[in-house]
Design a protein around this ligand. Structure first.
Ligand SMILES: [Zn+2]
Length: 157
């Protein structure tokens, strides 16, 4: 993590990560570090926990448990940072120049979630109102259609 980052209360959600100095576009501000495990192990371990900070990566079903600095980066639908995967490492990098005092955010693009909803209230003008990725929304719509078809078939019997 860059020494210019500070954690303080955020208007988006509880606490957020801010920069005290200007950052150039493309600056790596933080690595998403933590214990690595399969999604299966994580699901079993955190079955009862309300909040988790798991970051999926790689081709296989692996996640990083980022219970540390990365968890203070809030989601925004108009983010100023992005997550990138380089050789199995996840970095948070700036998408544009950032002024001192700005909160650092990135698109969570949640997918394969067991939660019913992940509402977004980031306050940006183009807020999508959800933290699910577009792909996850498609996957859910597909499941929903299949469920409706199954229910119709059951009713027709
Ligand atoms: Zn939003």
């Amino acid at each position: 993590m860059l020494p210019t980052l500070v954690i303080r209360s955020s208007s988006i959600h509880a606490a957020g990560c801010y920069t005290t100095r200007a950052l150039r576009k493309g600056t790596r501000v933080c690595e998403y570090e933590g214990p690595r495990m399969t999604k299966e192990v994580a699901d079993a371990r955190y079955a009862d926990r309300f909040v988790t900070y798991l970051f999926g990566y790689g081709e296989e079903d692996m996640v990083i448990d980022g219970f540390g600095t990365p968890m203070f980066f809030n989601h925004s639908c108009s983010p100023n940072c992005e997550s990138e995967e380089v050789d199995g490492h996840i970095y948070i990098s700036t998408l544009r120049a950032i002024k001192p005092g700005e909160e650092l955010t990135y698109e969570y693009n949640l997918f394969d979630s067991d939660d019913a909803t992940q509402d977004c209230d980031c306050g940006s003008p183009n807020c999508r109102k959800t933290m699910f990725s577009p792909l996850e929304l498609k996957r859910r719509a597909r499941l929903e259609r299949a469920k409706t078809r199954a229910a119709k078939r059951a009713a027709a019997k």
